[in-house]
Design a protein around this ligand. Structure first.
Ligand SMILES: [Zn+2]
Length: 202
């Protein structure tokens, strides 16, 4: 009898969900098994051995773009966006202090294959370092080769700067020439009836 009244109402909302103990127990077992496997596979891999920290062998370029103007669009590649670009981590840092923090930081060093551990220096290394610093302090101890090397280096840098300046000038000249040049060829202009074009320029 109840059946007929239910179908008349259209929806049976007197149904109460029952907790299927067996089914959920089965699911729980599956999940536990999967988790155990995942942990096992994680443990299986050998621990990654990273090298201890090394000091930089290059000069950090922080101010080559100082005072320059650059048009930045959101669609430009990361390396051409505002700020300092790290090609290792492919990220942009907004200012020089943060850039330094970044390249000294854990994430960056990890990308370079280094842990943050520092190698313990031996007695010989410390002594060597003292010798180097002592040499640097006494001005008379520069060998001639040192001096020559430094002079050559300076000359190279100067030349590089000159070359860049020259190229910049050339580019500016080119731009200016492109601006000055009339868009219409003078001969064509004369043919088209702009006779005064040429004479007015003279
Ligand atoms: Zn980085």
């Amino acid at each position: 009898m109840a059946h007929t009244s239910n179908t008349a109402a259209g929806v049976d909302n007197t149904f109460r969900r029952k907790f299927d103990r067996e089914e959920y127990l089965e699911r729980a077992r599956d999940r536990e098994k999967q988790e155990a496997e995942r942990v096992k596979s994680k443990l299986k891999g050998p621990p990654v051995q990273r090298k201890p920290l090394k000091h930089r062998d290059y000069e950090v370029d922080l101010n080559s773009r100082l005072g320059k103007t650059q048009v930045v669009t959101p669609v430009a590649p990361l390396s051409q966006q505002a700020g300092y670009y790290c090609s290792v981590c492919e990220c942009v840092v907004k200012d020089s202090a943060n850039y330094l923090d970044h390249i000294n930081g854990k994430k960056h060093q990890r990308a370079l294959g280094m842990s943050m551990r520092v190698e313990r220096a031996s007695l010989e290394q410390v002594q060597e370092r003292f010798e180097v610093l002592k040499k640097r302090k006494t001005p008379g101890s520069f060998t001639e080769q040192d001096l020559e090397e430094r002079i050559i280096k300076q000359q190279e840098e100067e030349e590089q700067r000159k070359r860049e300046r020259r190229e910049r000038k050339k580019e500016k000249k080119k731009e200016k020439a492109a601006e000055d040049e009339p868009e219409v060829d003078p001969d064509v202009a004369a043919m088209m009836g702009f006779g005064g074009f040429r004479s007015s320029k003279k």
